[in-house]
Ligand binder design. Structure first.
Ligand SMILES: Nc1ncnc2c1ncn2[C@@H]1O[C@H](COP(=O)(O)OP(=O)(O)OP(=O)(O)O)[C@@H](O)[C@H]1O
Ligand SMILES: [Mg+2]
Length: 459
């Protein structure tokens, strides 16, 4: 027995809040209808696939089917059901401490809980969609943004995040009392959405902005779980720097300490200089809106290149440029030991009607860690596969050549990109060696693995 559920979707796209439409969830389907008024505004909608231009005022319906109870762009506002997920636990704790709220914590991994989480942390997060229980909560939320205030991260915040990370419950409570419900942000690494001075990190933080806030920018703050991933902040910074040097558009970032814990503050690419949301959607959300996918690496890079060309829905504005970007990103990932370039680590941003791959995020050299030491989380160029009628498996070099072809590159273009990436990463090993917080064992693993790839690509 279940009851249909209902929520409203609003957005601050374009600078001021508008209701986009209504969401219904039955036991079998999720359904969404755009508001007539919203359609008149000619703004982006729920997502690249579920765009107003394709659906207009026809209700969009989607069967509820694992792993999606909701439209993928909305599902991505809910932190995953893993019991050790920081964002989810934060939201659960908030639900449990909220007064006058009957919330049973006996089963926290069901859709009922997802729905409760969505209602409290489904607004103000990454991207442009704000989900609310009803219009009056939405109107109230937009009409009463707290006066923006920068606070020193001092002991006055009254909680120790370090302890918080190890799940000392009492600290979570204080944290929640201090910052309230936190907007959701995906991924596995503990992180918070915050704001800081536009000039950069200076030890003061504020809550994420909800309106134009001159002199303030929004950031993602990623924490280092030193036991699980020692030195990951330094590694992520090095990878961001290598990507910048290789010509990619990389957001500003600042290494910092948050209550004694190493952290990395990264400027958000889904907000403009007026703190207005820009639409951005992960490739996972986009692709899963159109085809069945079981998880965020259930695909092939070659198929992304193909989708860029043949998808009936325009994924990017400049398809040639996007395929070159994709090829170069994979080469850089191979050369910097990031085997984790999955569909949630690639996003499409849309700015003034131009759709393109977003700025770089999460290029972390995860091969440094034994539990993530793999060349690539998704297949490319049929690497390691044995084509029919052949005796031999496809080598790394051959796979790169095949993938380049699928990205529309000719031989010269392919060689130019590879040589450029090789040159721009020529000091990678040296720089890994100089990192201070990464244990030798992890440095050695990363250097060995990436040097092997370099050799193969140079052949
Ligand atoms: N600078 C940014 N601006 C806007 N959105 C961002 C930014 N960085 C990350 N995000 C969003 O937050 C999500 C999680 O961030 P990120 O990938 O850095 O963390 P993660 O926890 O390391 O992920 P993973 O699970 O891949 O290891 C991303 O998928 C992206 O949607
Ligand atoms: Mg990620």
């Amino acid at each position: 027995m279940s009851t249909d559920r209902e929520a409203v979707i609003w957005t601050r796209l374009g600078g001021k809040p508008n209701r986009m439409g209504r969401l219904y969830v039955t036991d079998k389907e999720c359904r969404f209808s755009y508001d007539e008024n919203y359609l008149q505004l000619d703004l982006p909608g729920l997502g690249i696939v579920y765009a107003p231009e394709f659906y207009g005022n026809t209700t969009i319906s989607r069967e509820r089917k694992k792993p999606f109870d909701l439209f993928p762009p909305i599902q991505s506002l809910i932190p995953p059901r893993q019991t050790d997920n920081f964002q989810r636990n934060l939201a659960l704790k908030y639900l449990q401490t909220k007064k006058n709220k009957q919330f049973s914590s006996s089963d926290t991994t069901n859709f009922n809980t997802d729905w409760e989480i969505l209602k409290i942390s489904g607004h103000g997060g990454i991207g442009h969609l704000d989900v609310f229980e009803n219009d009056s909560s939405a109107e109230n939320w937009y009409a009463n943004p707290p006066q923006h205030e920068l606070m020193e991260i001092s002991d006055e915040l009254g909680f120790s995040l370090k302890q918080f990370m190890t799940w000392f419950e009492e600290d979570i409570e204080v944290f929640i009392q201090t910052v309230g419900p936190t907007p959701s942000v995906g991924g596995a690494i503990p992180k918070l959405l915050l704001s800081i001075p536009e000039s950069g990190w200076d030890g003061r933080i504020g809550l994420p902005t909800r309106e134009k806030t001159p002199g303030i920018i929004d950031i993602v703050l990623k924490f280092e779980q030193t036991t699980r991933y020692p030195g990951i902040i330094e590694l992520e910074m090095l990878a961001l720097e290598m990507h910048r040097e290789a010509g990619f558009d990389v957001p500003r970032y600042w290494p910092c300490f948050f209550k004694g814990m190493p952290a990395l503050a990264i400027e958000r690419f889904d907000r403009d200089q007026n703190n207005t949301p820009l639409c951005s959607e992960t490739l996972y959300s986009i692709l899963a809106s159109g085809i069945p996918l079981n998880n965020h690496y259930d695909y092939r890079y070659d198929l992304i290149a193909r989708a860029i060309d043949v998808s009936p829905v325009e994924l990017v504005s400049d398809t040639v440029d996007a395929k070159h970007h994709l090829f170069k990103r994979l080469i850089m990932a191979l050369l910097t030991g990031n085997g984790d370039l999955h569909l949630e680590n690639l996003s499409i941003s849309c700015n003034k009607n131009i759709k393109s791959f977003s700025r770089i995020y999460d290029p972390t050299p995860m091969r440094a860690y034994a539990q993530h030491d793999m060349l690539s989380v998704m297949p490319f160029g049929e690497y390691g596969e044995t084509p029919e009628g052949s005796e031999e498996a496809i080598s790394l070099k051959q796979a790169v050549i095949r993938f380049a072809k699928n990205c529309g590159l000719n031989k010269t273009q392919r060689k130019d990109i590879i040589n450029d990436c090789l040159e721009k990463t020529s000091e990678f090993s040296l720089r890994v060696g100089e990192l201070k917080t990464v244990p030798d064992e992890n440095k050695e693993r990363l250097i060995t693995k990436t040097e092997f790839v370099r050799k193969k690509l140079q052949e």
